[in-house]
Design a protein around this ligand. Structure first.
Ligand SMILES: Nc1nc2c(ncn2[C@@H]2O[C@H](COP(=O)(O)OP(=O)(O)O)[C@@H](O)[C@H]2O)c(=O)[nH]1
Ligand SMILES: [Mg+2]
Ligand SMILES: [Zn+2]
Length: 296
């Protein structure tokens, strides 16, 4: 007999599976094929010593990246992606754009949270750097995660009742966020690493944390951006996944304009006018080239 459960973290050949009553157990995967990811609902059964994941239930969505060599899944069944960056250390717009493009291609809503508002000067510089994003429909919410200040109401409200996938570069404040919003997060992680007898793997594993016992609001913590490959995207589709370019792309002279070199290109005209940011256009051109190398 199998029971239904939610995968809250994966550790190589093991996964932590949570039952509807909130109890957790470590399960093995049966065979190599059913690779469950965090956020998956699975059917599991008990054997002598541990649970076994028999099958993965159908997914609402799957957030993943893909480079030339392989596809790596981050998580399944998520409601939104929070791109967490900070005033310091400096962040890469290329990485932010890749995350947003990927979210859009998988039809997952996303917004940007800009942490360390207390560092006034770098914070204002970072806000300036991100000024194009609200214009293209991605909210930029300021945050101060460190200290006793209340977390912005707008931010916590955006999380309520949802499963949010938190991603951002090292140093942005992901751990600080989890520790502030998830009571006993460190205890949970400690228990799992003890059970798996490896402190090393658990710190880098993607993990789903409920924000309260009601288990309605969750944060998924994942280790960094790493190399964010977008090989699952056709170069021709790229423009439609970048809202700031997309709004102008219908005006080009050629219906199949790549916006790279054609005459009568409205996208490039808007770059020249400063309506589309030069940075974002460069990211587009670079990505187009990168994706064209593998799609032919
Ligand atoms: N000044 C300032 N520092 C912060 C804030 N939030 C986090 N930090 C610090 O930034 C550093 C990196 O935070 P951490 O949560 O480890 O980032 P992670 O690598 O994304 O997990 C730590 O030293 C935090 O104390 C903030 O709002 N303001
Ligand atoms: Mg961390
Ligand atoms: Zn064009």
């Amino acid at each position: 007999m199998t029971q239904s459960g939610l995968v809250t973290s994966t550790h190589g050949r093991h996964a932590v599976v949570e039952s509807p009553d909130g109890s957790k157990r470590i399960c093995h995967f049966r065979g190599k094929k059913n690779q469950a990811v965090v956020g998956d609902l699975v059917n599991w059964s008990t054997s002598e010593d541990a649970g076994i994941i028999e099958s993965v239930q159908s997914r609402r969505n799957l957030f993943y990246r893909s480079d030339e060599m392989r596809t790596k899944s981050f998580a399944a069944n998520i409601d939104q992606i929070v791109v967490l960056v900070a005033a310091d250390p400096d962040f890469s717009e290329d990485q932010i754009s890749r995350a947003l493009i990927s979210a859009s291609s998988q039809k997952i809503p996303a917004f940007i949270a800009l942490n360390k508002a207390d560092l006034t000067d770098p914070f204002n510089k970072a806000l300036e750097k991100l000024k194009y994003y609200p214009q293209m429909g991605y909210e930029v919410l300021p945050l101060t995660l460190k200290g006793s200040e209340d977390l912005s109401h707008e931010f916590t409200k955006r999380l309520e009742g949802k499963i949010s996938f938190i991603m951002g570069p090292s140093g942005a404040g992901k751990s600080t966020l989890i520790n502030r919003l998830v009571p006993f997060a460190d205890v949970l992680t400690g228990e799992i690493s003890k059970a798996l007898q490896s402190g090393k793997h658990t710190t880098t594993a993607t993990t789903l944390y409920w924000m309260s016992n009601a288990r309605k609001t969750a944060l998924i913590d994942s280790p960094g951006f790493q190399e964010f490959g977008l090989n699952h995207i056709e170069p021709r589709d790229l423009c439609t996944l970048m809202p700031d370019l997309k709004v102008h792309a219908t005006g080009c002279k050629f219906y199949n304009c790549t916006h790279l070199h054609e005459p009568g290109c409205v996208v490039r005209a808007q770059v020249d006018l400063g309506v589309i940011s030069t940075k974002r256009y460069k990211i587009y051109a670079q990505l187009f080239e990168e994706l064209s190398r593998t799609h032919y």
